[in-house]
Ligand binder design. Sequence first.
Ligand code: GYE
Length: 305
Amino acid sequence: GGSDAAGGGESKALDELVVGFAQVGAESGWRTANTKDIQAAFEDAGIELKFSDAQQKQENQIKAIRSYIQQGVDYIAFSPVVETGWDAVLNEAKAAGIPVILTDRAVDSKDESLYVSFLGSDFVEEGEKAGEWAVEEFADADSVKIVQLEGTTGAAPAIDRAEGFANVIGEDDKFEIVASQTGDFTRAGGLQVMEALLKSNPDIDLVYAHNDDMGLGAIEAIEAAGLVPGVDIKIITVDAVKDGMQALADGKINFIVECSPLLGQQLVDIVKTLNDGGTVEPRIVTEETTFTKEQAIEALPDRQY
Ligand code: GYE
């Protein structure tokens, strides 16, 4: 039965291990890179990975997790679409003795026994880095009108990136978020929201997009409105995927906070450690940097994603 996985059992040969991974979707360049990296890492390790794509819907993800429990996989890893509503299914995994690893996004459950570890970025810190750039960039301005393009409503990176940014710009009331709407982390979403917002807000100084893709959508809308992105309207994004970095190098985005999607190797290491009967840290934070235009030009040739 599943009792091996609950600890105390003998470690399995790697080619006997089965891991079920419930992915968010394929909403962004970040997500595509994350999926590729995780699949490649498990393939290299010789560990079977069952993979499912929830198309950004929590109900699909819950179904996928239930099916992994039913199949009796050894470990379940997933990147929760939203923060809330996981206790029931995570309790089912616990009852089945299947350890759960959160990758990339957090859940807001108070019961930390429901997962072994959360591997991913510090999204609040990412938001703060975005805010710090804005404070410096607009040091001499009297008023700064900001549009915020939020990620998926209820998702950890959307909640935390908004919070971190607000923490920093909130210290000076010349900063005003005139509109804040979700673009669901997609390019189409960023385009649509920005198109509408440009009509009702003619004098936007800064767009803060919670990911590159929405920023790239906003660029299209800004250009269509006859304005110059990066000049007439400054743009900050998060992720630093290739398309974002190219736009930064081209001067259309002004600043990018990095969020690394390369979590595959660390996830494999966690699985191996647990399989060997070891313990892992409950929180593993990804190391990240930020990019200006000059830094993007320099980093682009070696960029992996
Ligand atoms: O920033 C965004 C993606 O959860 C960190 O999800 C991830 C975010 C990433 O769609 O591009």
